[in-house]
Write a protein that binds this ligand. Structure first.
Ligand SMILES: [Zn+2]
Length: 100
């Protein structure tokens, strides 16, 4: 009973159920290893894994980018390219939506 059906391999869309996400702004320093300059926080080599349906709740511009754990990224999160804010995503019942 351990058969896997290649047609049901989860895609990013299926795993994250974007319609029921609650976004909580995160301190970039707690999610990403980077270097703080005077008023910005920069990190190198961060790959985004896709564009979410949600737009940024702060600046309202552009769609949030999905960033999964990788080099320099400690916590999977959503990232706004416009205002460079980071957000955590939670489901309706409070469980984190961005699981490993
Ligand atoms: Zn924004």
């Amino acid at each position: 009973m351990n058969q896997t059906d290649p047609r049901t391999t989860p895609s990013a869309d299926q795993r994250f159920h974007p319609s029921a996400l609650y976004l909580v702004q995160l301190d970039p320093q707690s999610v990403v290893d980077g270097v703080r300059y005077d008023d910005t926080y920069l990190a190198d080599e961060i790959r985004t894994c896709g564009t979410m349906r949600e737009t940024c709740p702060v600046c309202g511009d552009g769609h949030l980018q999905l960033v999964l754990r990788q080099k320099n990224v400690r916590i999977p999160h959503l990232f706004c390219l416009e205002c460079t804010r980071c957000f955590g995503a939670f489901l309706e019942d409070g469980t984190p939506a961005l699981m490993e």
